[in-house]
Design a protein around this ligand. Structure first.
Ligand SMILES: C[S@@+](CC[C@H](N)C(=O)[O-])C[C@H]1O[C@@H](n2cnc3c(N)ncnc32)[C@H](O)[C@@H]1O
Length: 296
């Protein structure tokens, strides 16, 4: 069998990545079984104690560095993000997102803030949903797509153009670069808030939830769609490398799913932020879940 030089290099790279990960697991095992010296253990502990840390995938990073790391992940993947979403979920993410908008069931007059909105998938579904609802009184609806990453928003804006969601056609999507932990939106300015596949990327989930609560009007609804680790995601980095030519951003994706709080824990956090009637619904045997809460 003939293998091109490019394919051999790619295979070597994939092999090295897998091998490097195994070494990391062995090092961690040695550390916890006492094989690594006390000095090394103390050094790591003192480094960790110096400044608040958090996880970036399986890595421990300083809190102030996490958003930069996440930013760089989505900066790298912005152009291939939509193709990869289809490949990684075998297109099922489209069904999950449709179900998410059905769960929201927006009415005309809705003011939606789609946070961590990326390339606009949730927003375009929201607009399509409203288009299919009768609107005799011509009530206007609104949507703001906000994301920390301008690259993702840029891709979203060109998609909006291609899909015909333009001001000439009567659509005024507001694209806003903003951190979900510190939104540049006034208090009580939206009737609905969505965050799809976004909350696991943030440094402080509690801050995101309290910001969601702040910007929602009384009676407003919070909805979150998130992936859970009920499924083997080991192929994702390999597919990332083969399809988008990048390994690290997709390795991060797998690790961030594993580190994310489980459904009941997130439900508790949503309640702690002040939301009421908090529930969640598992889809596809718990691979993803929709969390819901009301500001009442
Ligand atoms: C996996 S994408 C999801 C995009 C979109 N919601 C979807 O379902 O296709 C995650 C998005 O979260 C954004 N993000 C990460 N941290 C954020 C933060 N602190 N504030 C706002 N957006 C953030 C990323 O830039 C990225 O666009």
């Amino acid at each position: 069998m003939y293998l091109s030089r490019k394919k051999i290099t790619l295979a070597k790279e994939i092999y090295n990545k897998l091998f490097a990960r195994n070494n990391q697991v062995i090092r961690t095992a040695k550390f916890s079984s006492g094989v690594v010296s006390k000095n090394e253990e103390q050094k790591v502990e003192s480094e960790i104690n110096e400044e608040p840390t958090t996880h970036f995938g399986f890595k421990t990073v300083k809190e102030r560095d996490k958003s930069k790391e996440v930013y760089s992940v989505f900066e790298k993947v912005a152009d291939s993000y939509d193709v990869m979403n289809d490949a990684m979920s075998f297109g099922v993410h489209r069904i999950w997102k449709d179900l998410f908008i059905q769960e929201l069931s927006p009415l005309h007059g809705c003011k939606l803030l789609d946070t961590a909105g990326g390339t606009g998938d949730i927003t375009f579904r929201y607009l399509n949903y409203l288009n299919n609802l009768e609107n005799k009184k011509k009530i206007k609806s609104y949507v703001t797509v906000s994301d920390i990453n301008q690259n993702m928003l840029d891709v979203g804006q060109s998609r909006a153009k291609k899909l015909g969601f333009t001001p000439e056609n009567g659509y005024n999507i507001d694209w806003l670069q903003s951190d979900a932990e510190n939104l540049s939106c006034p208090d009580e300015s939206y009737t609905a808030y969505t965050i799809a596949f976004g909350i696991r990327n943030v440094t402080h989930i509690d801050k995101v939830l309290s910001e969601a609560y702040r910007v929602l009007q009384p009676g407003g609804r919070f909805l979150c769609l998130e992936l859970y680790d009920q499924y083997s995601f080991q192929m994702i980095p390999v597919m990332g490398k083969l399809i988008a030519g990048q390994w690290e951003p997709y390795q991060y994706l797998v690790e961030s799913i594993r580190k994310f709080p489980k459904q009941d824990e997130l439900k508790g956090m949503i309640e702690n932020a002040g939301f009421r009637q908090v529930t969640y619904k598992n889809l596809t045997f718990g691979v993803v879940a929709i969390h819901s809460g009301f500001k009442i």
